[in-house]
Design a binder for this molecule. Structure first.
Ligand code: PNS
Length: 159
């Protein structure tokens, strides 16, 4: 059984993330969406809220499950028995950061492969931080995020 991790902070999950997870699920037997605690990023949503939103957004995908984690990605991958990490790559600005993380993860565990899926054009410039900003200014996030996230953002920023 080929198991992949799709890691991220998912603060919150966007339509771009969902696109990557959906396509990853077509490539392997099982995808574990690894929701990182990322305390240094000071997330808007708690770890449990983020994991729950990813669960709701992916509930139609039978071979996807969601797990929060707060350790090195390579250690979590070993614990989950996952042999591949699949990530989305958007604009060229992502490259340097992803290149560094992939190189470091490779140093830490050469058995763990990292694959990238290119974002389709409509999601190239979409990010959780842009979505948070639009929502915080009462803008319309329709299409940028799954409906459950739209509702959660509205509740978060309700006066
Ligand atoms: O969505 P993000 O915030 O860009 O995802 C980054 C993430 C969570 C994949 C990355 O920070 C990560 O792997 N964190 C787990 C801790 C870890 O392994 N850090 C060293 C990476 S070389």
């Amino acid at each position: 059984m080929k198991r992949a991790l799709t890691p991220g902070t998912f603060d919150p999950i966007t339509s771009g993330h969902l696109d990557v997870i959906t396509r990853a699920a077509q490539l392997v037997d099982e995808v574990v969406v690894a929701v990182a605690a990322s305390p240094k990023k000071n997330p808007l949503f708690t770890l449990e809220e983020r994991a729950q939103l990813v669960r709701q957004a992916t509930s139609h995908l039978p071979n996807v499950r969601v797990e929060p984690f707060d350790e090195l990605l390579v250690d979590f991958a070993a614990r989950m028995d996952a042999t591949v990490v699949i990530k989305g790559l958007r604009a060229i600005t992502d490259f340097e950061y992803e290149f560094q993380m992939t190189a470091l993860n490779y140093q830490l565990n050469q058995e763990l492969e990292t694959l990238f899926i290119m974002s389709p054009p409509q999601y190239m410039y979409l990010s959780s931080s842009i979505v948070r900003e639009i929502a915080s200014l009462r803008g319309d996030v329709n299409g940028f995020v799954p409906d459950c996230v739209k509702n959660a953002l509205e509740a978060k920023f309700a006066r």
